[in-house]
Design a protein around this ligand. Sequence first.
Ligand SMILES: *Cc1c(COP(=O)(O)O)cnc(C)c1O
Length: 395
Amino acid sequence: MSPTDPTSPMRNSTPVPMLDLVRAHAPLHDELEKAFRRVLASGHFVLGQEVEAFETEAAEFLGCRHAIGMSSGTDAVLAPLMALDLEPGDEVVCPSFTFFASGGCVSRAGGVPAFADVSARTFNSSASDLEAAIGERTRAILVVHLFGRCAAIEEILEMAAGHGLPVIEDTAQAFGASAGERRAGTLGIFGCYSFFPTKNLGGFGDGGLVSTDDDELAARICSLRMHGESDTYLHREIGGNFRLDALQAALLRVKLPHVDRLNQERFEIANRYCELFLETGAARSAAEYEANDTRVVLPDLGPDDGSHVCHQFVIRVPGGRRDELRAHLAERGIQANVYYPLPLHRQACFAGRQAHDRRLPVSELLALEVLALPMHPFLSLDEQQRVVDETRSFF
Ligand SMILES: *Cc1c(COP(=O)(O)O)cnc(C)c1O
């Protein structure tokens, strides 16, 4: 039975969205409502007991000494960079192929971003990609665990130590991912996490977290979170309002105990995508990439050891047909998004405001080829089959 056959069960027009938060929250409805009522009754809405309880639970989950609730993932990247006390002209190495906040925060903290290329197989910068962007003025390295895949953090830490550079981990897309015996985000001096609703541990508005094992750095982040306050209304430095709301903390406490299981579900769903795609013959594994082969390239999920929490399922569409495929899927009710269409080193805002002007060919190629397909822990086999069938029908 072909997918275009009107009698095919696949041939229904129910939309397949990128993610479905209503479906995701339904099983937790009563518990979430209880948490909401608790905050409502407390009359306390910023920081306080709920945030402290969440911070304790998050630190235990992540396996770090300090977890500090922040107003957003962006602020969770910004405050650690501010804590580096960058001088004008100081550089921070960061991948070019990532969400804007990674590079934007380097500039906002007074630094100059030195953009690094990434590996086409992992979408992450390797130790040598990052090392190639180090210069005399480099003060730190910002690693990104993109799409949920833990970067080669051990090698990166070793390389950075050789240059005497601290490493900050942008873990906004990889909450809970394992990094060997530990969790992504807890190996560098700081880990930065986002609870934007679409992230693996999503809140109900903006929220974020900074992790660290260093008591002094933790105190510094807490001060920066309160406008740089050193004592009540006394300011030794200029910080911001980077505080987490009690409501977010209370609701996140309901979701935190489920995140490992849901991350595992995501991996299994991603694995199933790969199997379904390979069966159709319309796709090939990442290892088989060759420039003149126009079949879709599947992401490399790596081993089933928790190191990839599949925040996104990102295929590559070579041959300049990515946008056409995206439109083809959209016409059939299937949402697919481009993360990210322009690498940071090519963004207008960084023109003349970055450390070097080298070409970063992999980042530039990926920006033309990547397409993220619907991915969330509640995606059904039928929905996946439709995505795969409609992708095949395009070719
Ligand atoms: C989402 C994200 C951020 C920013 O998080 P917000 O909560 O949206 O501010 C930072 N870095 C990366 C890689 C992200 O994906």
